[in-house]
Design a protein around this ligand. Structure first.
Ligand SMILES: [Zn+2]
Length: 470
């Protein structure tokens, strides 16, 4: 007797070449059978007629910790139809301290950010300091180290040392491009690619370096794609939202304070002042993010102006539509000569920032004709599963883990998720609690001592080959 039978869903499972109406049987948290019309008894049967049934969505870059996220990150990610995510900054200590309370049933992998200023008092950490950080964070359960060049730029040499140490020791390593000598834009990408050489590297959110700061967005995207093609050792993702996140804080005299906000205002021909911000909000160019106590939502137009003014124009986070449609489309759909995608996966760089739009905008690309449904599943699940060496996820092979996302295709919205065969989210209601931490043999004892179930992977295993589907 199966635990659950999902009947008549439109199943898209590119690893097994499936794209059609199938039943899926789940037992003991795993895929028990997939077939055109399964004959068998199940404790529960669900009719999925008219719905897409795909391997659980995996967000390849998001944030749960307070530095770049909020306590709502897990919840918002789970509500968006995701079953597994890669947190790209930690801090590992904070996520493990809060996860039992804030978790929403997701499988969570964590990279810990190297911010050596607070730990070692330098932006040029020595080889010993880099080793100390990498050893410590992986012992606590992180998969490896994240360089956050856009926020805490290190010297190019320190970045090189970090990538070398992680490659030597078999830890994961990711980089938000940017150093003390190149900014977090296409110049930072050129430098990152050169420094990485033929070493393993996850280059984060490619789209954010293609916003037209040096060239125009299309030329920057073209260059980024050429660099990735020439360096297949680099794994990358890009997010699909047009929005960034920035502070709308002003000085007493009415000057916009945040560098990013100033840049956004001038991009839209507005003064870098409180008046400029007010106009941007009123014209619905910029929006305000507001914590509801449950999630973070976007306020627009006069609602945004009221919220921003009520909070004394301080401490308000907002967003501008700075990711050009043209570069996002190029990065999402471009392919290498062998037919595999140049940018490996979709991500959100979200979590608590309300841009968890892998399904909404990913299916938008399908409807637009830029990618196929199978390619959507590849970039939204399978590719990142393989990158994380989660070989029993991202597909519906018999025996694979039953992480499943059920989607209303017309509304481009997740209606249900299963994590290990259990309902995690259904019709906007969260059932999942806590977290399962994706870690290594090295991190397992500590993570389990903190009370978490674990999934053990080996980031030192060779990067799996890219898959071509159509
Ligand atoms: Zn990020």
């Amino acid at each position: 007797m199966w635990d659950l039978l999902l009947k008549n869903g439109h199943v898209v499972d590119p690893l097994n070449g499936r794209d059609g109406i199938f039943d899926i049987a789940v037992e003991g948290g795993r895929i028990a059978a997939v077939g055109a019309s399964l004959d068998g008894r199940a404790k529960a049967v669900e009719d999925c007629s008219g719905l897409l049934v795909v391997p659980g969505i995996i967000d390849a870059h998001m944030h749960l910790g307070c530095v770049y996220g909020s306590p709502y990150g897990s919840r918002m990610t789970a509500l968006a139809g995701v079953t597994t995510c890669l947190d790209m900054a930690g801090p590992i200590d904070e996520i493990l301290a809060d996860g039992h309370r804030t978790g929403a049933g997701l499988n969570v992998a964590i990279m810990d950010r190297l911010e050596p200023g607070e730990r070692y008092g330098t932006n040029d950490p020595s080889l010993d300091q880099v080793r100390d950080f990498a050893d410590t964070c992986t012992e606590k359960g992180a998969l490896g180290v994240k360089l956050v060049g856009g926020h805490w730029p290190l010297t190019p040499e320190a970045c090189r040392r970090t990538i070398e140490v992680c490659n030597e020791k078999g830890y994961a390593v990711a980089w938000h491009a940017g150093t003390t000598t190149a900014q977090s834009d296409i110049e930072g990408v050129r430098q990152a690619v050169e420094i990485a050489g033929d070493m393993r590297l996850h280059l984060a959110h490619i789209n954010s370096y293609c916003r037209g700061r040096i060239l125009n967005p299309e030329a920057e995207a073209r260059e980024a794609l050429e660099l990735l093609k020439a360096h297949p050792n680099i794994w990358s993702e890009a997010y699909l939202s047009q929005f960034n996140g920035t502070h709308l804080t002003c000085s007493e005299s009415g000057e916009a304070l945040d560098f990013v906000t100033k840049h956004c205002l001038s991009l839209f021909g507005l003064p870098q002042t409180a008046d400029g911000i007010r106009t941007a909000l009123r014209k619905r160019i910029a929006h305000v993010l507001k914590d509801t106590g449950w999630i973070t939502e976007i306020l627009r137009g006069e609602d945004a102006v009221r919220e921003w003014e009520a909070r004394g124009t301080t401490n308000v986070v907002g967003c501008f539509p700075v990711n050009a449609a043209s570069s996002r489309l190029m990065l999402a759909s471009d392919k290498r000569q062998d037919g595999t995608f140049t940018v490996d996966a979709f991500s959100t760089d979200g979590g608590c920032i309300p841009r968890n739009v892998i399904i909404e905008n990913g299916l938008g690309l399908v409807k637009f004709g830029a990618i196929s449904l199978s390619e959507f599943v590849l970039k939204a699940s399978l590719s990142t599963a393989r990158h994380l060496r989660l070989f029993d996820r991202g597909h519906f092979t018999e025996g694979a883990v039953a992480d499943i996302t059920v989607i209303d295709y017309e509304k481009a919205k997740a209606v249900e998720t299963l994590v290990s065969g259990s309902v995690n989210m259904k019709n906007g209601v969260l059932y999942g609690r806590d977290m399962t931490i994706i870690t290594t043999e090295r991190g397992k004892p500590y993570v389990e001592s903190m009370g978490y179930p674990t999934i053990i992977i080996d980031p030192s295993a060779p990067e799996p080959e890219r898959i071509c589907v159509s």
